[in-house]
Design a protein around this ligand. Structure first.
Ligand code: PEP
Ligand code: MG
Length: 895
């Protein structure tokens, strides 16, 4: 039987890998193979596949036959270069590097100069005629290898690297030496000796003096670093599966530390902050790659454009090595044309010869991503589909909202973290009540409102706050929904935060946040920081590139995009951002305004008192009609889906004595009786309680009032020649009978209005699918409905049996224990909730091929979930206005 291929060689004579093998070779290995194919100078080497990593991590040994393949690959390089691994005359040294299929910068380990021993050291001196260089390489190997291979891979915590580093610093101080490159041969020899003794004492092991032992242990150490703390944490954040494993690339060493004619550098093929089309990077003469990234020496700018305050007087690579710089420019062009993308490259110059050590797609900020994408499109390097692929949802989000300066954020002290509920970053003074939020704002002080959870009563404080933080609640909690709707920075479910409203302070472990303290919030990352982090403004409205991008993309959508909007202002914003309709107008949100909330409270609290209830309803009718009129007008001729009242009761009941007293005054009903009614309304599970169509079935006049208001507005608009398209949506339906009960009321209202106004107008009646039973009986319901809109917030809640509002603590444990991989309220659970949707869509389309299908839960703005809806051939997705550009971008991407 043919043995599985473990190793892929690359050298000018023989290239076995390519970018299609990225899963096996990781980004680094695959791209080195590609560059070799393109005749770009790459030091020969080979890549050990991720299969070997996974085998090793599972069985704690290499697969059989692997070591034989390894020796063969070493032989190939020896033949290509005329040097020998372990030779005492003409030694070959290796770099050993990690490489996952998705870049995990700095998260795994690297070992350089592998193969240097007390014997090969002499060979290196002979070969290079440079004793200082050879000993410098040896002390680097000792420092790196003892840390990565001898300590970390063995799960020890002796901090050997820091210890050796401190010895180096001490010796430099004693010798009045500033830069490592000034270390003398004598001192380097002394350091190598001391380092080996210290390793023996601290780690109880001898530094290995056998090149093959060094190589095998270095390979194992890189594999083991896949499960290191940093790598695991990074994978969690980036949603990278644990079972991918890392490849290991072994390459013959080239040396940037062989004197002043040698150098090392890193560069982006275009500026990653501005998108400007020129190389942007750093270099260091007489240094190895790790020196540039480690911050030991401040790197020099590669060209004029890369200069900053610190480096403005340093010489550029362009000036020092003009020919090689030109060669780099031509490689930039070859790589961009080959990869159809901006690249992040690493190179080394060894005694005047340029070598490329890495290329990968370069990370960039939002503004740069848009400019680079557009420029490559205009240069005809990429087409429309690639343009949409090059820009990631995070880029759009970043470009639309103020963001922290990345460097400053890295240095800031994090206080706690929660769920990333609302976009962008914000800075302000901490306040704990909506009233204090308003008072601070009136004094022109920016505020961050911190609450356990929010309710409609907090709305005025939420509105003026720069950001909202809650200690409880999930991604579809009140705070999250409202903040997202407004495009406001918000972090919810910060479980470590304990709030003391009375004393106007909160504690996180031992740290106290007092009212007025400055804090910073990153809503996209769900992080809260101490103090103020400088913000960068988005300026998206003035950004020509942003507008140009959407002009190109909008004609390429594979699914419609609507907005979740509750007011005419939101509708206008959504339309300006490219929404073609409203997919969800939550009518109860129209009452969050403190002036109106009392009418809805009267209606709910006194629902058994026909007089007060009818009175409240009649007061609401003109207000509602006016609202609907302006929303329908703002969106015409595009459709507006208006959902009948669906208030979870607990969100609407008054909580403070002041509010109850006010209600008593307004209704002339005693406080005691109001309290009594509130007690009677208490539900153990309000999310599963008397809400949705259940309310309209118990109190048909609510449905009647709302249908009259909607259709009355449509009739008025029709009279003025405005083509309004209301779609009346019945919420929380679980059966055909429930739906038909409400549909009958709406149709009666429609007929009445048509007769009384003598006007024809458009309208549709449909339902929200947000209960598992509705999914399973979708075929029946679809026969009677014009449209379905999936309410995936409630559908996720009822499918999992997780409470939307209290799920955060459970979720943390579940994610921590790999029971689920991500918050299902944020990204659709395709296996469960998605399966129900699939069944419902199939049955509905079979029963009613004309039925329009959309989604209006929070998943409508989630890039990963949008792919699912595209695959299910939904007619549209609907999300909050500030997520529209992201949704449009995702709507244009290939699945
Ligand atoms: C839903 O359940 O997905 C939905 C959009 O409705 P709400 O969040 O208002 O319950
Ligand atoms: Mg719902």
């Amino acid at each position: 039987m043919k043995q599985k291929k473990y190793i892929y060689n690359f050298s000018p004579q023989n290239v076995e890998g390519n970018k299609k093998l990225i899963n096996l070779l990781g980004g680094k290995g695959a791209n080195l193979a590609e560059m070799s194919q393109l005749n770009i100078p790459v030091p020969p080497g080979f890549t050990i596949s991720t299969d070997v990593c996974n085998y090793f991590l599972k069985n704690k040994r290499f697969p059989s036959g692997f070591k034989k393949s390894l020796l063969e690959s070493i032989k190939n390089i020896e033949l290509a270069l005329g040097r020998e691994f372990g030779s005492i005359k003409n030694p070959l040294l290796f770099s050993v590097r990690s490489g996952a299929r998705k870049s995990m910068p700095g998260m795994m380990e690297t070992v350089l100069n592998v193969g240097l021993t007390s014997k090969t050291l002499d060979g290196l001196i002979l070969q290079t005629n440079d004793e200082r260089f050879a000993y410098d390489s040896y002390r680097r190997l000792i420092m790196m290898y003892s840390d990565v291979v001898m300590e970390k891979a063995n799960n020890l915590t002796q901090d050997i690297r820091e210890h050796l580093e401190s010895i180096l610093v001490l010796n430099k101080q004693e010798g009045n030496i500033i830069h490592d490159s000034e270390l003398s041969v004598f001192l380097l020899k002394k350091l190598c000796k001391i380092f080996k003794q210290e390793i023996k004492t601290k780690l109880n092991q001898n530094f290995p003096d056998d090149p093959h032992e060094q190589l095998l242990s270095a390979i194992k150490a890189v594999f083991i670093s896949w499960n290191g703390f940093r790598a695991k944490e990074y994978r969690k954040i980036e949603n990278i599966p644990n079972n991918w494993g890392t490849a290991v690339t072994i390459q013959s060493m080239v040396f940037g530390n062989m004197g002043q004619n040698s150098a090392t550098g890193v560069a982006f093929t275009r500026n990653p902050s501005t998108g400007f089309n020129n190389l942007y990077g750093e270099w260091l003469p007489n240094a190895q790659g790790e020196d540039v990234v480690a911050g030991i020496r401040t790197p020099y700018p590669i060209n004029e454009e890369s200069k900053n305050q610190l480096t403005k007087n340093n010489s550029t690579l362009e000036l020092k090595f003009p020919k090689l710089y030109k060669r780099l420019i031509s490689i930039k062009s070859i790589l961009e044309k080959h990869y159809h993308n901006m690249q992040d490259i690493e190179f080394t110059i060894q005694e005047g010869t340029l070598w490329m050590l890495q290329t990968r797609d370069g990370k960039r900020n939002g503004h740069a991503a848009i400019k680079i994408g557009l420029d490559l499109y205009k240069e005809k390097v990429i087409n429309k589909i690639e343009l949409s692929d090059r820009i990631r949802p995070e880029h759009i989000e970043e470009a639309m909202h103020p963001y922290f300066n990345a460097e400053k954020e890295k240095d800031a002290q994090i206080l706690t973290a929660g769920l990333p509920a609302g976009p962008g970053c914000a800075v302000g003074r901490a306040v704990f009540t909506p009233e204090r939020a308003q008072e601070f704002t009136e004094k022109k002080e920016p505020v961050i409102l911190i609450r356990e959870e929010t309710s409609p009563e907090d709305i005025h404080g939420m509105h003026v706050a720069n950001a909202i933080i809650t200690s409880r609640g999930g991604m579809t909690s009140h705070a999250a929904l409202i903040a997202r709707g407004w495009g406001k920075c918000c972090v919810v479910g910060c479980g470590e935060l304990i709030i003391n409203y009375k004393e106007h302070r909160a504690t996180i472990h031992n740290f106290i946040i007092r009212e007025g303290d400055w804090i910073s919030v990153n809503g996209g990352a769900g992080k809260i920081y101490k103090h103020r982090i400088p913000l960068q403004d988005s300026q998206v409205k003035q950004n020509k590139n942003f507008n140009q991008l959407f002009n190109i993309l909008k004609n390429n959508q594979k699914i419609g995009v609507r907005a979740n909007a509750d007011t005419a202002t939101d509708a206008k914003t959504a339309r300006a951002m490219g929404a073609k309709g409203i997919g969800l107008c939550r009518t109860e949100h129209m009452f969050f305004n403190p002036k109106r909330i009392n009418e809805i409270r009267k209606m709910i609290i006194f629902r058994d008192n026909q007089k007060i209830r009818k009175n409240a309803i009649m007061n609401l009718l003109p207000v509602q009609e006016k609202d609907f009129y302006s929303i329908l007008k703002a969106m015409a001729p595009y459709p507006v889906t208006i959902r009948l009242l669906d208030p979870p009761l607990h969100e609407f009941l008054p909580q403070s004595k002041k509010q109850i007293a006010l209600l008593s005054q307004l209704t002339e009903i005693s406080i005691e009786q109001i309290l009594n009614n509130i007690r009677k309304l208490h539900e153990n599970n309000p999310m599963l309680g008397h809400r949705g169509c259940r309310l309209g079935i118990s109190y048909p006049e609510i449905t009647e009032m709302q249908a009259t208001a909607i259709l009355g507005a449509a009739a008025n608009l029709a009279k003025k020649g405005i083509d309004a398209k209301p779609e009346i949506m019945v919420p929380l339906v679980g059966s055909l009978n429930e739906f038909n009960h409400q549909k009958l009321i709406i149709e009666k209202c429609a007929n009445k209005i048509k007769q009384s106004t003598n006007t024809q107008f458009n309208y549709k009646i449909g339902t929200m699918i947000e209960l598992p039973r509705a999914c399973l009986t979708a075929g029946e319901i679809a026969q009677s409905a014009d449209f379905f809109s999936f309410g995936t917030n409630d559908l996720t809640q009822t499918t999992f049996g997780f409470s939307r509002d209290d799920v955060s603590s459970v979720l943390n444990d579940y994610i921590e224990n790999d029971i689920i991989y991500q918050d299902p309220f944020q990204s659709l659970d395709v296996g469960g909730v998605g399966r129900l949707i699939e069944i419902a869509v199939q049955e509905a389309r079979k029963a009613n091929p004309e039925i329009k299908i959309g989604i209006c839960g929070e998943h409508g703005g989630d890039p990963q979930s949008i792919d699912f809806f595209k695959n299910q051939k939904f007619n549209y997705i609907s999300c909050s206005p500030f997520r529209i550009p992201i949704a449009i971008l995702c709507a244009t991407k290939e699945c």
